[in-house]
Design a protein around this ligand. Structure first.
Ligand code: GLU
Length: 489
């Protein structure tokens, strides 16, 4: 096979959203899997809606996801420029060539005339399409319209035939070109239409595979006709299934966050989003669901892209994010925790001896439970703030005789420790074990022992395992809180 060259071609009219990020990812995976090139092309021919601010935001989101490219507007390359607004001359010239060959023609119809045609078709219950009126225009009339100052568009003379899109996902899909009407290649303001710019660029940039959403399938049939007119072999096509919201309607803002930067801000990991996005329309042969990006590069294949719609499921994304957080090394997660707690104002000096001891412990205590990085502060809050007053139900529990015995037993064991001693996890476990052993003899076990301790130390019903709490709080704070709890007893 010739060199694999794939592209991601966003229109910079908004943020990078879930659907486009998935398109970028699938293309990136194909390029990396097959040792090809991944090209970023900015499709900004809609000058009214495209902005540089959005282009920059898309680029920064792609970089955050880790989907790097080999050629693009920010770095150049052999087939540039990579912004369509900088290629208008090329499209114009290509359209003129088609005019000369009689494969395209100038159309002088005004917006009003076209609108009237559209309405007439609708009234007859027909699909609106351009009538081809200007195809038959006389040279004299053309001169007159041009002299009036009318600026023509250039339309493609759509050949009448059956077009078969040989799609790598959907198989052969047949279209009758009759329904397209002669569509515009170059608008009267000199800008190229989406269809023309895409085909011209895919040909000029030697794109080998076009992988995009199935909403483009009908366009692809038009594109095949254009490739033929330009005398260029078309690329392979793969159309990915659409993504729906949980209620099975088209994914939109109504379903929650739709742009990648919002997920980044909420504390999703890039690797987890990549993992989640790939499952929106692809599955591994062994039904496995958790992957690193490197593993995906080894496993991905167009052949396993699904035909049916994908449904966006935030619970699944949360689960996957949790799995990726658990898989972080202790050092990386500790760094994240330190950063977040600094931002929240809980720690001032990351490198103080105290923090150097406590941060890795706190990180380990919460790494098994946080779903998003934004949860870090919430989960670690208990290590920096006073314990909340226990609930009435908890106070009832603390009033029992059992609770008193438990609290006193742990208190005496902890006060026997040397002051200022660092209580590591092992020592904390031993203290708990010894306390439990002592109370077993008095007929208390399991939850009857551990729950009052948790309530006394945190005022809360649940949280990290007790040995973490004891080790992180240390001797003085534990003693103080155990003593505090005795007021309820
Ligand atoms: N600019 C188009 C879009 O954002 C890209 C279409 C294509 O990949 O060919 O939908």
């Amino acid at each position: 096979m010739a060199n694999v060259r794939v592209r991601f071609a966003p229109s910079p009219t908004g943020h990078l959203h879930i659907g486009s990020a998935r398109t970028a990812l699938f293309n990136w995976l194909v390029a990396r899997r097959l040792g090809g090139d991944f090209i970023l092309r900015i499709e900004d021919t809609d000058l009214g809606r495209s902005t540089l601010v959005h282009e920059r935001a898309i680029i920064s989101d792609l970089k955050w996801l880790g989907l790097g490219w080999n050629e693009g507007p920010d770095m150049g390359g052999k087939y540039g420029p990579y912004r369509q607004s900088e290629r208008l001359g090329l499209y114009k010239q290509a359209a003129n060539n088609l005019l000369e060959k009689g494969l395209a023609y100038k159309c002088y119809c005004s917006q009003d005339e076209l609108e009237a045609e559209r309405q007439a078709a609708q009234e007859k219950g027909e699909m609106p399409k351009y009538s081809g009126r200007c195809l038959r225009i006389t040279a004299r009339k053309e001169d007159r319209l041009a002299a009036e100052g009318r600026k023509p568009t250039i339309r493609f003379r759509v050949p009448k035939k059956k077009v078969v899109v040989k799609d790598m996902v959907k198989g052969d899909v047949e279209f009758d070109s009759e329904v397209f009407g002669d569509f515009i290649l170059v608008r009267s303001d000199g800008t190229a239409s989406f269809n023309f710019a895409v085909v011209y660029d895919d040909a000029a940039m030697k794109i080998s595979h076009v992988i995009r959403g199935e909403d483009h399938l009908t366009n692809t049939a038009r594109h095949l006709l254009l490739f033929e007119a330009l005398g260029h072999q078309p690329p392979f096509f793969a159309h990915m299934p659409i993504t729906l919201g949980a209620d099975h309607t088209k994914l939109s803002k109504r379903h929650g966050a739709t742009s990648i930067n919002e997920y980044a801000e909420q504390g999703y990991l890039a690797s987890a989003l990549i993992n989640y996005l790939v499952l929106l329309g692809w599955s591994s042969p062994d039904a496995r669901e958790i992957f690193t990006p490197e593993e995906l590069i080894q496993l991905f294949s167009i052949g396993r892209i699904s035909k049916s719609a994908a449904v966006f499921d935030i619970d699944k994304l949360n689960w996957i994010n949790g799995q990726h957080i658990r898989a972080l090394s202790a050092d990386s997660f500790t760094r994240i925790v330190a950063e977040r707690l600094t931002k929240a104002g809980y720690i001032k000096e990351i490198n103080s001896i105290e923090n150097k001891i406590s941060l890795p412990k706190i990180a380990e205590a919460i790494q098994t439970s946080v779903v998003k990085l934004a949860d870090v502060v919430e989960s670690a809050r208990m290590f920096y703030e006073d314990a909340p007053r226990p609930s009435e139900k908890a106070i009832e529990e603390l009033k029992g005789d059992g609770a008193k015995m438990v609290i006193c037993a742990l208190y005496s064991k902890m006060s026997a420790l040397e002051a200022r001693k660092d209580i590591d996890f092992e020592l904390a476990k031993e203290l708990l074990k010894a306390t439990a052993g002592e109370l077993k003899e008095k007929g208390l076990k399991g939850k009857e022992v551990y729950h009052p301790i948790r309530l006394a130390l945190t005022g809360l019903d649940s949280g990290p395992e007790l040995f973490y709490l004891i080790s992180i709080f240390g001797r003085e704070k534990c003693l103080q809180r155990l003593k505090g709890a005795l007021q309820y007893v």
